[in-house]
Design a protein around this ligand. Structure first.
Ligand SMILES: *Cc1c(COP(=O)(O)O)cnc(C)c1O
Length: 418
């Protein structure tokens, strides 16, 4: 594909995806024929509602009064000094209500459901983070909420299951196949097929059939637009680089949306897990090939029959065998650089930010921070803005069990700090 620079990205967000939901050759809508009218209804409604001034001002008010936006941009002076001369900044999405960026699109999807006159929202969840954010939105808007979740995940993610139930959602166990996310997606689609007159399906990232990659990107773009303005106000210039972790790709697309047409280097960070062998990572862009999963075409970690391969990352929010189609496009045209960070490097960043800045990050977000730390060591000067997608409270029990309080990761740096 022809390479593109920031100069080719004027007005890009209005031009992509095309009306069929394609970003170049990626995206689209691969659905059973019975579901096509339901998705068309969502697409038509979104195109109309998203331009209404009432919808825009209501969403703005919710973001300010309920979510706590704008979230701040923070300069990590101490961490930056320890690493060299590059200045590291964080966009604090961890300070959103419920502790992560996911609420940005869930509140948007909930408001869309309300404007469409729907009574119920339906979704699947893997680790439970999307389920909790959506159950929060459902409680706020007074909508019913059915969350499909594999039985295996229900057992593993007990606290999130309790949260969803306390928020009033129904958590419906999926008991066939491997009883994890893939089966939960199928079950949620089946339910939506039966109930689409009264219900709307709400996806958890910039993935799935058109129009979801577009809708979720648009709702998340508040992250990048806010961060750009805040950074300019703080420093008078743009950052040299921005970075974010890429699971399905929603916090990163939100962040990148604010900077695509600027002379800023952009880095998406995929999880390299335990290494590059099959089943040890979830770096779909680095090791995948074009394929179809969950109704859209993108890079996919797949076997010779096109079946998704097993994936792994220490961050449960990043272990998805595919990636949003817009990332596939930005990868091929060269506008965004995709890099990978393994479990160890991410965990080191987790403990460094906790110890030296007083912020315990989500393990997902630690991947982006780890790349920023690598960037700081490799560059003599400049600045890098990191999307800190979530807080780490959800991770501390697991981390403590595996790594204790992190002495092994920070001991050498502590010495040089003195
Ligand atoms: C779910 C999650 C992610 C990964 O999802 P994206 O769609 O890639 O943003 C990253 N960080 C946190 C904190 C999450 O909860």
């Amino acid at each position: 594909m022809e390479k593109k620079t920031y100069k080719d990205f004027d007005n890009y967000l209005k031009r992509y995806p095309d009306k069929n939901g394609y970003f170049g050759e990626y995206g689209g809508q691969f659905l059973p024929p019975e579901l096509i009218p339901a998705f068309k209804e969502i697409d038509d409604a979104y195109e109309e509602i998203c331009h209404s001034s009432q919808f825009i001002s209501e969403l703005r008010r919710i973001r300010k009064e309920f979510q706590g936006r704008p979230t701040p941009v923070y300069h990590c002076e101490r961490l930056s000094r320890m690493l060299g001369k590059v200045q590291i900044y964080l966009k604090r999405e961890d300070l959103n209500h419920t502790g992560a960026h996911k609420l940005n699109h869930c509140m948007g999807e909930g408001l869309l459901a309300k404007y469409m006159g729907k009574k119920k929202i339906i979704a699947e969840t893997g680790a439970g983070q999307h389920g909790v954010a959506l159950a929060t939105a459902a409680a706020y808007f007074g909508l019913e909420c059915d969350i499909y979740m594999g039985e295996v995940d229900i057992a593993k993610q007990h606290p999130n299951v309790i949260r969803m139930k306390m928020l009033g959602a129904r958590v419906i166990p999926v008991t066939h196949g491997l009883k994890t996310l893939k089966e939960a997606v199928d079950a949620a689609f089946d339910a939506y097929l039966k109930e689409y007159k009264d219900a709307i399906y709400c996806i958890g990232s910039v993935v799935g059939p058109h129009p979801f990659p577009k809708i979720v990107r648009d709702f998340q773009s508040v992250v990048g637009f806010e961060a750009r303005e805040q950074f300019l106000e703080m420093t008078g210039i743009l950052p040299d680089a921005v970075t974010a972790c890429v699971g399905g790709g929603s916090n990163s697309m939100g962040m990148f949306a604010g900077f695509l047409s600027d002379p800023v280097d952009i880095y998406g960070v995929e999880p390299l897990g335990r290494g590059s062998a099959i089943g040890d990572h979830a770096a779909s862009l680095a090791y995948g090939k074009k394929g179809i999963l969950h109704g859209f075409e993108s890079y996919l970690l797949q076997d010779e029959n096109g079946e998704p391969l097993p994936v792994y990352s220490i961050a449960s929010g990043l272990d998805y065998p595919s990636v949003g189609p817009e990332h596939a496009y930005l990868h091929d045209c060269g506008r965004v650089n995709y890099v990978s960070v393994d479990d160890e490097e991410a965990m080191k960043a987790f403990f460094m930010l906790s110890r030296y800045e007083g912020i315990i990050p989500a393990i997902e977000s630690s991947h982006a921070l780890a790349y920023a730390m690598r960037y700081a060591k490799e560059h003599d000067t400049g600045s890098i803005l990191v999307c800190l997608s979530g807080r780490g409270d959800k991770d501390i029990d697991y981390v403590y069990e595996k790594y204790g309080t992190g002495e092994c990761f920070i001991s050498d740096l502590q010495k040089s700090d003195k």
